[in-house]
Write a protein that binds this ligand. Structure first.
Ligand code: DX5
Ligand code: ZN
Length: 216
């Protein structure tokens, strides 16, 4: 099981230290939430922040694009040093093209489903991707409550990959604390994003340990 702290809840004035701190605590990915103020009602950062983080950590940068027309920026995010790039199916009429572009850029590819979006919307790209991100809150902000209905979607995706031999890992994002992480793990999730639970704590290392204890 992999833990991916979301830097959305980190102190942006000390971003490098915040990344190193979770790396030293033994996490697996750094989850980077890119928001454009259009696809979601919040704005964060772009490729230059990814490029600044690249030399300071060995961990894979797991880039979650919450932007309209993600195809326009895939090359920029790949060149900036992303290891995994994920596009929302709701953000483009051309999700297959977006996945092709990510694969051609030589990085791992992923698609993202909002809580209200069914698995059927990505059936025809499931064989092409390395990761599928199941949003367990509506995207845009940290600190929201986990939406229970999304657990069924994780089960469905786990069943589909077993039946078809797909390679993707299932990532969950939003409202992840030990209790919800355990539910998602039982449903088949492999990668667990946590923002406020980790960075909102006085001792983030203890929170990472608490997540580990329900995941391993
Ligand atoms: C929400 C982001 C998440 C967010 C999760 O739009 O995609 O990655 O940081 O935050 P928490 O863990 O606080 O729900
Ligand atoms: Zn995210």
């Amino acid at each position: 099981m992999k833990i991916a702290p979301s830097i959305l809840s980190a102190d942006f004035a000390r971003l490098g230290e915040e990344v190193k701190m979770v790396e030293n605590a033994g996490v697996d990915y750094i989850h980077v939430d890119v928001m454009d103020g259009n696809f979601v009602p919040n704005i964060t950062f772009g490729p230059s922040v990814v490029a600044s983080l690249r030399p300071i950590t060995k961990l894979p940068l797991d880039v979650h694009l919450m932007i309209a027309d993600p195809e326009k920026y895939i090359e920029d995010f790949a060149k900036a040093g992303s290891d995994i790039i994920m596009a929302h199916v709701e953000a483009t009429p051309h999700i297959h093209r977006a996945v092709q572009m990510i694969n051609q850029a030589g990085v791992k590819s992923g698609v993202v489903l909002n809580p209200g979006t069914p698995v059927e919307s990505v059936n025809y790209v499931l064989s092409e991707i390395d990761q599928i991100l199941v949003m367990t809150v509506n995207p845009g902000f940290g600190g929201q409550s986990f939406i229970e209905e999304t657990v069924k979607k994780i089960e469905e995706l786990d069943r589909l990959r077993k039946e078809n031999g797909y390679r993707y890992e299932i990532e969950v994002d939003g409202g992840i604390v030990p209790e919800t992480a355990e539910k998602c793990r039982k449903a088949g999730a492999d990668v667990f994003v946590a923002g406020s639970y980790i960075y909102g704590a006085e001792k983030p290392e203890e929170r990472i340990q608490a997540l580990r204890s329900v995941l391993d």
